[in-house]
Write a protein that binds this ligand. Structure first.
Ligand code: PLP
Length: 377
């Protein structure tokens, strides 16, 4: 059998199963304590194997970000999936095929989309009105009750549509840097959704559920009882962004990219690894020292693979990325301790994108876990 170390020849996503399961259990328990449905977003891991760990803690309903992803998980036996991306009418055939075999949730944020699906659905679906609670991405403005009511009226015209409720993603939590500020985003989000639900209720749409959940808020809030379901995704692996903004600890991060050292430049205090933008993504974060970084760097224990990676090295960070190169800035002692052919662990800035780019992951036990792959069209 090929050893763990021998498998690390090219940039490889490594998964610390123990940390990942701990992240899953913690969030599942929080949802349970609040009495809300836990509908985790599976776009971060995109893996049937990791999905199975959610089943073990009782999760039955999930979120996906594309129909393709929803189909992959439906093929794996998931029977209740919300595609939390504005409905793409050009995929209506696919929507109908999937709706024929699972409980499918869709989101709409305009009368136009509502009319199109109402006219073209052939199977029953649950529909959520997506609400913009302050992020200016997609969604009906939380203050625009008139449009929300019009959408609800349009959806009611179809016997195949059940209006489930209001759904939002409070992505602005990512701009906050303190637990108090993140909790304030959560409180504001709940208040805005509740206000809009009141308008719909007055128009005759009662018992609408509220669905929300981003990793920062879900990590820092303990009581979700004002909502009906939570949909965080990133928490399954966490990443440097979450650690920097304070929604997880460094040792909650469950993935790192193994990157071979290929070159050193003592004069510049730089080390080049095989691991670039096509492996890590070009996302950056400003760390506590005000540096814009593409990742942090840890040592890997290769003779005891289960040990994984250690705390990030001091004075060392990923300073730039090109397609395949990662340039690390470091100090003299660290540089001297590294050899070409060593393997370093890079903690990713945004684990969702990194996992998506790498397409498979290797557990510290040496098992390759399947992920949604390009051959699943
Ligand atoms: N729901 C929706 C609609 C999203 O867009 C996302 C992430 O982009 C999530 C849930 C999960 O949020 P997070 O990645 O913060 O866990």
């Amino acid at each position: 059998m090929v050893s763990f170390a021998d498998q690390l020849t090219v940039p490889t996503l490594m998964l610390d199963e123990r940390r990942c399961r701990r992240n899953i259990e913690r969030m599942a328990q929080k949802a349970q304590r609040s009495g809300v449905r836990f509908r985790p977003h599976f776009k971060t891991h995109q893996s049937a194997a990791v999905g199975a760990w959610f089943r073990e803690v009782g999760v039955e309903a999930i979120t996906a970000s594309s129909l393709r992803m929803a189909e992959y998980f439906a093929d794996d036996g998931w029977r209740d999936i919300t595609v939390a991306f504005p409905v793409n009418i050009r995929e209506i055939e696919r929507i109908n095929q999937l709706a024929a075999r699972i409980t499918l949730g869709l989101i709409v944020d305009s009368v136009e989309s509502a009319e199109l699906i109402a006219a073209r659905l052939t199977h029953s679906v649950n529909v959520w009105i997506e609400v913009d609670t302050g992020d200016q991405r997609s969604g009906v403005d939380w203050n625009d009750g008139a449009v929300a009511v019009q959408i609800a009226h349009t959806l009611r015209a179809s016997p195949l549509i059940t209006l489930s409720g209001l759904l939002t993603h409070a992505g602005r939590s990512y701009t906050k840097r303190s637990p108090e500020d993140m909790r304030a985003v959560y409180g504001e989000t709940v208040a805005r959704l509740t206000a809009l639900r009141g308008v719909l209720s007055a128009a005759g749409y009662s018992s609408l559920a509220l669905s929300l959940g981003d990793t920062p808020c879900c990590s820092l809030v303990d009581d979700f009882s004002a909502a009906d379901e939570i949909r965080p995704g990133n928490f399954v692996y966490y990443d440097l962004t979450q650690a920097v903004i304070g929604s997880c600890a460094m040792n909650d991060i469950a993935v790192a990219v193994a990157c071979p050292v290929v070159s050193k430049n003592a004069e510049r205090g730089q080390v080049v690894v095989y691991g670039g933008a096509v492996h890590l993504s070009k996302d950056t974060v400003v760390d506590g020292d005000g540096r814009t970084i593409y990742g942090l760097v840890s040592r890997l224990t290769l003779d005891d693979p289960g040990a994984g990676w250690g705390a990030p090295l001091a004075n060392t960070y990923v300073r730039s990325l090109s397609q395949e190169h990662g340039v690390l800035q470091t100090d003299t002692a660290t540089l001297a301790s590294l050899k070409v052919g060593d393997v370093l662990a890079i903690l990713p800035v945004h684990s969702c994108l990194t996992a998506d780019l790498l397409k498979q992951c290797l557990t510290l036990g040496g098992e390759t876990l399947p992920m949604l792959h390009l051959d699943h069209v």
